[in-house]
Design a protein around this ligand. Structure first.
Ligand code: ATP
Length: 594
């Protein structure tokens, strides 16, 4: 059995995760986390929150998962959030065309970056067949397929909405309010852990590619000119980097400290470098095997529609590298778009060190001229003139003078005109009727659109990676044992309590001890079925780091046996010291240290 098969079997049998709706034949791309998995996922999210919200001093929000169409028109998802689809006309199955090409053509690693015609050509040239029925796909077209799930908000179809394909947009659209909570000061970060939906063409590899999943995203808003990350905090952290250059040259992973990667220009953005450094501690803490981990830089054609520099964290699972986190420098793309489309202020006021005197061009149109001349359009034309003066004052200045010496700033001359566009029509107005003037003004600052740095984590892919990487087997008492060496912080159960027998009051004592440990804040399981060896195996399988056994000696000496998952060592501990002992163990000590 491969490690992926072993995990799929364990996950189902012990309740980590399983395909949803199996009673109705199952629904591809949807998984339910069972009791063990839900607890593990929650613990992983808590560890994320501890690092990326609490330690970094950021805020956390929780936004709705359905958003109106306007949001995704602005964000670019309606137009650009597509994958390439190919449909088999023989059996009706649909496939990710770029994935089929990557699987079949040796020297194509990134077919997503190619256009649909080229991918169709590659499908034909390499005789790629439908994975479902085996018929050649050479004559099938490759199309773009938008991954968003659509719905209607309210009855009727006048108000289309979409299930969000990323949690980030729920943060961006609330920027005008969030900046107030940050007292209008950059930098500040806003995090969100929540559900995202993508109508993936071919869901696969268990939790890796599903249609409903949890993201943990951080949007860090910065002033690109004045804010630098606290790089010294992570300068010496070592990063396993697989740069674009290494990928093109067929090289391998290279280790750089954060400082080296920035100084040598391997990572383009200091902010992205900062988060790659910070995130190392997170992956280590949740139990990712760092020997099976790398940061891979996006190749130029692979970047998302909004991103300027991108790296992915990848884990190796069953021989394949899988993206678990995307790090993007999203620049001012999203806030600018939402500002444009909504007409609201998605900017922030940046105070100058010293007030500046600047020239400002304004208009004060003569409405007694515009009204009779342009009728109902006069107001819009006046607004367009004001916008044009702010944008391009030279349009109002003397055309003749500009031609002569290339200068601007001259008074308009009689007979000069200016043309504006309103609703697709051009309107020409004599400059002397626009009330155009240039005045000196003192300004204390300017409105800027912050830039955004985004680490975006897929929680399900992390849960899956941690489970795969923590599977182990060894021989204990001449028997093979399988275990998960999950960090104590992540384990669904931190301590299991067993009575040796369910008689002579041992079970009552064990229940009391379990209750006391629960009151002390631990996740406790009580188990009195089967022999002790089997109970240990059961807990090893789900990664419980400590087991406590209540036996006949407990009655006499008020002590219990504590057994450690990793070493399988055992030690007697006084009942009154039990909760302190477990606490020390969970915090990183071992039984041998005590
Ligand atoms: P992929 O290329 O694998 O489709 P992506 O580049 O589209 O992923 P992002 O848009 O960067 O992914 O999303 C951020 C994170 O969300 C990913 O790193 C991943 O962990 C997670 N994620 C994205 N799509 C899925 C999915 N269909 N199922 C589970 N997790 C996902």
């Amino acid at each position: 059995m491969t490690e992926l098969e072993a995990l799929a079997e364990l996950a189902k049998r012990r309740g980590f995760f399983f395909p949803s709706n199996e009673a109705y034949g199952g629904t591809a791309g949807f998984y339910t986390y069972g009791p063990e998995g839900a607890a593990l996922k929650q613990n992983l999210e808590d560890a994320w929150r501890d690092i990326f919200v609490r330690e970094e001093g950021h805020m956390e929000v929780s936004a709705p998962t359905i958003m109106p169409e306007d949001v995704f028109e602005a964000s670019g998802h309606l137009d650009g959030f597509d994958d390439m689809i190919i449909e088999c006309s023989e059996c009706g199955a649909t496939h990710r065309a770029d994935h089929l090409v990557e699987d079949a053509v040796e020297d194509v690693e990134d077919a997503e970056a190619l256009d649909t015609e080229r991918v169709a050509e590659l499908v034909a040239d390499h005789g790629i067949e439908c994975p479902s029925c085996g018929v050649a796909l050479a004559d099938e077209p490759v199309d773009e397929f938008n991954l968003m799930f659509g719905t209607n908000i309210g009855p009727g179809s006048s108000s289309p909405g979409y299930l969000r394909p990323e949690t980030a947009q729920g943060i961006f659209v609330e920027f005008p309010r969030l900046k107030e909570y940050a007292r209008n000061q950059l930098p500040f970060g806003v995090a969100q852990i929540g559900t995202a939906y993508r109508n993936e063409i071919s869901p696969r590899r268990a939790l890796v590619r599903v249609r409903e999943f949890t993201q943990a995203e951080l949007e860090h808003f910065i002033d690109p000119e004045n804010d630098d990350p606290p790089l010294e905090r992570v300068a010496d952290v070592e990063l396993p980097l697989y740069s674009a250059e290494q990928q093109q040259g067929d090289g391998g992973i290279q280790t750089y400290t954060v400082r080296e990667a920035v100084e040598e220009g391997v990572i383009g953005s200091e902010w992205v470098a900062y988060y790659l450094g910070r995130t190392m501690a997170f992956y280590e803490r949740i139990g990712v095997d760092m020997e099976r981990f790398r940061y891979r830089q996006h190749l130029a054609g692979e970047r998302a529609h909004y991103a300027a520099d991108c790296w992915d964290a990848e884990t190796e699972l069953g021989g394949n590298w899988v993206e678990v986190t995307g790090f993007a420098y999203r620049s001012d793309y999203d806030l600018k778009k939402h500002g444009e489309y909504s007409g609201e202020e998605f900017t922030l006021f940046r105070q100058y060190d010293e007030a500046k005197t600047v020239e400002r061009a304004t208009v004060d149109p003569d409405m007694s001229y515009l009204g009779p001349e342009f009728g109902g359009k006069a107001g819009d034309i006046a607004d367009a003139l004001a916008a044009l003066a702010g944008r391009d004052r030279s349009a109002f200045e003397s055309a003749a003078q500009r031609d002569a010496d290339g200068s601007s700033g001259d008074e308009p001359r009689d007979g000069d005109t200016v043309t504006v566009d309103v609703g697709g029509e051009s309107y020409t107005v004599p400059v002397e009727k626009t009330g155009f003037s240039v005045d000196e003004q003192t300004e204390a600052g300017e409105h800027i659109t912050p830039h955004v740095v985004e680490p975006s984590f897929g929680v399900g892919r992390l849960v899956y990676s941690v489970l795969i990487h923590s599977q182990g087997t060894d021989i204990v008492d001449d028997e093979e044992r399988t275990y998960l060496d999950l960090p104590a912080e992540l384990a669904p159960t931190s301590v299991a309590v067993f009575p040796l027998m369910t008689k002579d009051g041992l079970d009552d004592s064990a229940r009391d001890i379990a209750q006391e440990l629960r009151a002390a804040g631990f996740e406790v399981a009580y188990d009195d079925t089967g022999n002790i060896g089997r109970r240990y195996r059961r807990q090893d399988e789900v990664g419980t780091p400590y087991c406590v056994t209540v036996d006949y000696e407990t009655k006499e000496t008020d002590t219990v046996t504590v057994r450690e998952r990793d070493s399988t060592e055992q030690k007697r501990v006084a009942v009154e010291e039990l909760s302190d002992t477990i606490e020390r163990l969970v915090d990183g000590e071992t039984l041998a240290d005590l």
